[in-house]
Design a protein around this ligand. Structure first.
Ligand SMILES: Nc1ncnc2c1ncn2[C@@H]1O[C@H](COP(=O)(O)OP(=O)(O)OP(=O)(O)O)[C@@H](O)[C@H]1O
Length: 513
């Protein structure tokens, strides 16, 4: 059965208001349908030994291109788990059933290159402006063959489409240094996902922390981009506003990992009032979104998830959807276009080569970090303080070569070589803070782990070689050590490098600050 065939269950969705013009950003990629067939997911239970926690149970749904689909349900119902499974971001657990993109199982490389994921909590670079953040992503994820002018034009068009013109040159900022607002940060995150022209866009709670106006504005923009670019949009959403709910074409409703509704957004109330157990009355004052949220939350609290799942399973909605899912799973792979096939078979998760990744990292991050006091201070000030300490304690000590002074000179050399260890530990907090950004950028296929590591080491060595040179010369000549300054400096730099590598190693294996 074709999805476009008229169905007894088809109900028209309300049409979104025309709030924003989307400018010239209309890039259209290869369209892809996601089909999920009899998906079950379980993990070892965190509290009970030798017991499996079934987080998703027999889910059969699909997501069409040019459509915006909502994943809804009470807290803990499995929305993020399902989204992460679709996006290939679950690294543990047992999956049964099928997840198909265009009828074929997607590779990790395809998911990293051709899908965008907007996380619930924004992970942006506070040192960049909105435009720089989008350009940085475009440079890393768009092919080298594309001209800089084309990338800039698309970024500018996207800034217009996302209504970010007013803050295009504003620093993103952080808690300590205020920059753009929450809504602007969310739209920048969406821009990051869209600038690479993804085939599928995953959004995890995109309206969390936003007021209703901003929520509507953000989702309105996503809706228009969905229609104009043909992208398949799949978004978890907790308690949408009535306007926002109406923007969705399709809804998947989960309660305790069970599917309790899948179908057109406009048919959901009819389904619950006609086919599902009458758990809650649709009283005046309720809007559709609020009613559905309350109904499933109450059912979850009353332990009636299975009752709702059973009502869906025996309804005509379920049987009609299952026919479509079976049909898509069987036929999509036979009709897959050459373009989509080439994308699905891509062998690399990154688009640009390592040298380009290093160059972009230096151009956008290192160059900014060197002007950022919060980056420079922990790397320079401790060196300077310890240098001054040694200098004042041991001024002119190198002029006395008597046996009794050898211990003092040894003490100086010990302090000088042990210092880098303490200095390196000082900037470990920044590495922890950058971890979520690194994970997001890796999952987005922006660069390889080795590229990041080399770029960071190069950055650290650059700043440390300069600061060590200044402090080293100050100490060496003030305490009047004999021998070669070059050797004194190089040995210090080697010790600094070991300290940095240790700090990175400890930061990467430690679960928390
Ligand atoms: N190892 C585990 N053992 C038992 N339960 C688990 C385990 N891992 C996850 N869960 C539970 O699975 C459920 C699904 O979590 P998930 O984050 O997908 O829900 P959600 O619908 O996105 O919730 P929220 O809206 O609060 O983000 C949660 O109730 C969580 O506690």
């Amino acid at each position: 059965m074709d999805e476009n065939m008229p169905s007894s269950l088809d109900v028209e969705s309300p049409v979104a208001l025309d709030k924003h013009s989307l400018g010239t950003f209309t890039a259209r990629g290869t369209e892809v349908r996601i089909t999920v067939k009899n998906l079950t997911f379980s993990v070892p239970h965190m509290k009970k030994r030798n017991v499996q926690a079934h987080l998703l149970k027999n889910i059969s749904i699909f997501f069409n291109p040019s459509e915006m689909s909502a994943l809804m349900g009470p807290s803990g119902s499995g929305k993020t788990t399902l989204l992460d499974l679709l996006a290939g971001r679950k690294t543990t657990g047992r999956t049964e059933g099928q997840i198909l993109f265009g009828g074929l199982p997607p590779s990790k490389q395809y998911l990293r290159r051709f899908t965008g994921y907007v996380e619930q909590f924004d992970s942006l670079l506070p040192i960049l402006t909105v435009r720089e953040m989008l350009m940085y992503t475009a440079e890393l994820k768009r092919p080298l063959s594309e001209t800089p002018e084309s990338k800039k034009a698309d970024v500018d068009a996207l800034i217009g489409a996302l209504a970010l013109d007013v803050c295009r040159n504003t620093l993103i900022g952080s808690y300590e240094k205020r920059g753009i607002s929450g809504g602007q940060a969310k739209r920048t995150n969406i821009g990051i996902a869209l600038v690479t022209n993804p085939r599928v866009l995953f959004l995890d709670e995109p309206t969390t922390g936003l007021d209703s106006y901003t929520s509507n504005e953000v989702m309105d923009v996503v809706k228009k981009l969905t229609q104009q670019t043909g992208v398949t949009v799949c978004s978890t959403i907790h308690s949408p506003t009535a306007y926002c709910f109406n923007l969705f074409d399709r809804v998947t409703l989960l309660v305790s990992g069970n599917l309790v509704y899948f179908g057109q957004q406009g048919a959901i109330i009819m389904f619950f009032t006609t086919y599902s157990s009458n758990l809650k009355e649709f009283t005046p004052g309720y809007n559709n979104a609020e009613y559905i949220t309350d109904l499933v939350t109450e059912a979850d609290r009353m332990g009636k998830a299975l009752e709702l799942a059973e009502a869906y399973a025996i309804s005509p909605f379920s049987s009609e959807n299952q026919v479509m899912v079976d049909s898509y799973a069987a036929s999509d792979s036979k009709n897959v276009s050459q373009d989509l096939l080439a994308e699905l078979n891509v062998s690399r998760s990154t688009v640009t080569p390592m040298w380009w990744g290093l160059r972009t990292f230096m151009a956008y991050r290192t160059s900014k970090n060197f002007w950022d006091p919060s980056f420079v201070a922990p790397r320079v000030v401790p060196n300077l303080v310890i240098g001054l300490l040694i200098l004042t304690l041991y001024l002119n000590i190198g002029t006395d070569n008597s046996d009794s002074n050898v211990t003092n000179i040894a003490a100086v050399l010990f302090m000088w070589s042990a210092t880098p260890g303490f200095v390196a530990s000082g900037y470990m907090p920044t590495l922890f803070l950058e971890r979520s950004l690194f994970v997001r950028e890796r999952n987005d296929g922006l660069y390889l782990v080795l590229t990041y590591l080399l770029a960071k080491l190069f950055e650290e060595l650059m700043i440390n070689s300069i600061s060590s040179l200044c402090v080293g010369a100050m100490v060496f000549y003030a305490i009047k050590l004999n021998g070669s300054f070059g050797l004194f400096y190089v040995s210090y730099l080697v010790a600094v490098s070991v300290g940095i590598i240790l700090a990175y190693f400890v930061s990467s294996i430690s679960p928390s600050m």
